[in-house]
Design a protein around this ligand. Structure first.
Ligand code: ZN
Length: 91
């Protein structure tokens, strides 16, 4: 995207800093840092779910549950997906 459209009035703005010259809508600096932060939080949630699955599986394992191994594996996969996703987002 060479040109930048204002989220307030949808007109093209040449400078991405400060405020829109047409309607005064405040412009974010750089490539939308808010969206990156939200995405990072989502990946954190994915890792949390994966971690919880692994803990649940460990407890089930202690109780000699036959599905514990599969749940633990699933938790690992989700956790790693969360880590990988956050890493890809950051770069
Ligand atoms: Zn505007």
């Amino acid at each position: 995207m060479a040109s930048n459209a204002c989220p307030g009035c949808a007109k093209e703005i040449s400078n991405k800093k400060g405020a829109c010259p047409h309607c005064g809508h405040p412009m974010a600096e750089g490539p939308n840092p808010v969206a990156t932060e939200v995405t990072g939080r989502e990946w954190k949630l994915v890792r949390l779910i994966g971690g919880l699955l692994m803990v649940t599986a460990a407890v089930a394992w202690a109780g000699k549950s036959s599905d514990a191994g599969m749940v633990f594996f699933l938790g690992c996969v989700i956790y790693l997906a969360g880590r990988l996703g956050a890493w890809r987002t950051r770069n």
